[in-house]
Ligand binder design. Structure first.
Ligand code: GTP
Ligand code: MG
Length: 650
């Protein structure tokens, strides 16, 4: 039974180094990571098989970290050894909490620590729903951390470069500090265990075995997060964290039950498909984790799971049977896709916590080479299959391929994959905001369409009144024609013509909130036709629109910015600088230590706003936006948009 850990945390906190070191404990080689993708490293430790999923740290790739959580029995959250770094750890603490994954915090780079470990833990606690219990304290010599004391066993260890630590006497002068930290740990733990509480009240020393058992229980039940310290680069604290995982990480059955409950499945899933990559020459390769033994030919989600090989891309030997807990890659499994839970017979959606944040940046992509234009949407669709945060659609205004990403780094990765896998280079364009136009006053117009070319002529005559409608009313049409001046059967054609004119108004944008009334007209017994009346309706409406004081409408969006509470104060001025209106803020129910800040902003500023929010929140803030209403835009800003639009082809 192979257990799996997901290693996540902010960029540069040493996740990859930690995974490499874990593999190195028993001298096992590890595969290299592809940029932006998760890496599965398999290694043994004391006769047990482990799989570590190394994830990229950029906040724009948070969705890759949550993919890993789909397949993880436990998570290791790597954090920097300074209290200020807690902020950057917060998205990962929230992700782990939402997923319900038992977690251990690894305070890495302890060789560089300047802050006290308890201050780091206190800072992290601001963002963690569960209590964080510190299991080790550093031994310092001068400014340097030279080892760690285990607060359960009360043993002191001296670090050695790239080698397991050696047991030493607890340094003189450390006893008080160690005792204080141990009391804090026991007090924390006693909240979860009545027997321990009684022992503490009676002033009895609890045996280490009992304390270890409580630690294992609270991790498995996900009631607290333990914090360990170490230095991945120097190989310190690696054995210690493996020891904690070995004793405390739950078996795959716990993940199976958790996913079943979260996704409300009537039977337990037998596998989870948590990632996919499109590889040149190989096609779609999926990573799936067996949550039950998969005997040869056993269907996964209705059909056999294709050709299975070990997760390590360098090992291509074919697997007939897959033991419980093992991660494998599957090729030629066309019925499967990433982000699915499989029972034997069916495929199901993953739980809600696995949904990525909405895109923060939109671009229209166009292939550089003409011949690629038909291939682009297919290529993007297959990339989106393995990238839950890549949202692909068609730009309604231009028909181009509109991609929504988590930011510039994510977009760059998408472009790189288009190039590497599909050999396609693309240009990117910022999509225009979705402007509209309307009219500011009523106008009456008469229009006669008359043509005499050769045989049959064309004749239609209409009198139209157009008037501004209420905001949100769109286009309405009515008629008050008396005495059949325009025969009934031609009236739908006039309406159609008027509607045609709404597609692009005199300012160049779709027209909304206008009512058109047909009041009178004339028909000709021979030359009138639906087509003639449609043309008259269209041209008449166009002329009327021009004369009715057209005004530009800009979309106004409601945004909910999610950011650490610390930064909420700086969001108000940002909203004002974009001509937005603050609606208010509240604590974020899904993210401890964060707030949800609501505002109305013009749709045209969503792009710059995304950058400003990132810049003001050390990169971790994000927002959701939805269209709210249209409002009139006048003056220079409007003129500029209208002039830009006039340059584009109709
Ligand atoms: N001093 C010190 N440096 C470390 C330690 N662990 C990792 N590093 C260094 O920190 C840098 C980043 O380490 P990585 O392991 O690549 O960090 P990561 O978390 O995988 O980063 P991303 O994959 O970019 O998210 C490397 O130069 C490491 O050598 C440590 O314990 N002490
Ligand atoms: Mg890394």
């Amino acid at each position: 039974m192979a257990r799996t850990i997901a290693v996540l945390g902010a960029s540069g906190t040493g996740k990859s180094t930690l995974v490499d070191r874990m593999c190195a404990l028993e001298g096992q080689p590890h595969p290299a990571a592809a940029p932006g993708e998760l890496r599965v490293a398999t290694f043994t430790h004391l006769d047990e098989t482990w799989q570590a999923i190394d994830t990229p740290g950029s906040i724009e790739l948070l969705h890759v970290a949550t993919d890993a959580l789909l397949a993880a029995d436990a998570a290791v959250v790597c954090v920097a050894p300074d209290a200020a770094g807690a902020l950057l750890a917060s998205p990962y603490l929230h992700a782990v909490e939402a997923a319900g994954t038992p977690a251990i915090i690894f305070i890495n780079r302890i060789d560089e620590a300047t802050d006290r470990v308890r201050d780091i833990v206190a800072a992290l606690q601001d963002y963690a729903g569960q209590p964080i219990v510190l299991r080790q304290v550093p031994i310092r010599d001068g400014g340097q951390v030279t080892g760690a004391v285990d607060l359960v066993s009360e043993r002191a260890w001296s670090y050695r470069e790239g080698a397991p630590s050696t047991l030493i006497e607890l340094p003189a002068g450390m006893l008080d500090r160690e005792q204080e930290a141990r009391s804090a740990l026991l007090e924390h733990l006693s909240e979860f265990d009545d027997h321990l509480l009684e022992e503490l009240i009676d002033d009895k020393e609890p045996p280490s075995a009992e304390v270890y058992a409580i630690c294992a229980k609270i991790l498995a039940e996900n009631r607290a997060i333990e914090a360990l310290i170490g230095s991945a680069a120097h190989g310190n604290g690696i054995v210690r964290i493996m020891k904690a995982l070995r004793h405390e990480a739950p078996p795959p059955a716990a993940l199976r039950e958790r996913l079943q409950a979260q996704a409300s499945l009537s039977e337990p899933p037998i596998a989870v498909v948590f990632a996919s990559a499109h590889r040149k020459h190989l096609g779609k390769t999926l990573l799936l984790r067996a949550l039950e033994p998969l005997a040869a030919g056993r269907p996964v989600g209705g059909r056999p799971a294709g050709q299975l090989t070990p997760a390590d891309p360098r090992d291509s030997h074919h697997l007939d049977e897959v033991p419980e807990g093992m991660i494998v890659s599957a090729v030629k499994a066309d019925h499967l896709s990433a982000g699915r839970l499989a029972t034997a017979g069916e495929l199901h959606e993953t739980p809600a916590w696995h949904r990525p944040q909405p895109p923060v940046a939109y671009r229209i992509l166009a292939p550089v080479a003409e011949r690629d234009s038909v291939k682009l949407s297919g290529a993007l669709a297959s990339l989106a299959e393995g990238d839950s945060a890549l949202i692909v659609s068609q730009d309604p205004a231009t028909g181009g391929a509109l991609v929504g990403t988590q930011g510039p780094l994510h977009l760059r990765l998408v472009r790189q994959r288009l190039k590497d896998v599909f050999g396609m280079e693309v240009d990117e364009v910022l999509p225009a905001a979705d402007y509209r136009e309307t009219i500011s006053r009523s106008h009456e117009t008469a229009y006669r369409h008359k043509k005499q070319t050769g045989g049959a002529g064309q004749f239609a005559d209409v009198r139209l009144v157009i008037a501004p409608g209420a905001r949100g009313s769109g286009f309405t049409f009515s008629e008050v024609v008396k005495g059949g001046a325009v025969p009934k059967n031609y009236i739908p054609a006039v309406e159609q013509g008027a509607e045609d004119a709404m597609e692009r108004g005199p300012l160049g944008f779709p027209v909304v909130d206008v009512s058109v009334t047909l009041t009178d007209g004339q028909a000709h017994a021979v030359d009138s036709s639906d087509m003639a009346f449609r043309i008259a309706g269209r041209q008449g409406t166009r002329e009327a629109l021009k004369a009715a004081g057209p005004v530009l409408l800009q979309p106004v969006c409601r945004v909910a910015i999610h950011a650490p509470a610390l930064f909420t104060g700086s969001l108000g001025p940002i909203i004002s600088s974009h001509a937005g209106q603050v609606l208010g803020f509240d604590t974020d129910p899904d993210a401890k230590g964060w707030e949800r800040f609501e505002a109305l902003v013009p749709g045209s500023v969503l792009g710059p706003l995304a950058n400003d929010v990132r810049a003001a929140t050390q990169g971790v803030g994000w927002f959701e936006s939805s269209f709210d209403h249209y409002e009139e835009l006048h003056g220079k800003a409007a003129d500029r948009i209208i002039q830009e639009r006039a340059k584009e082809p109709a």
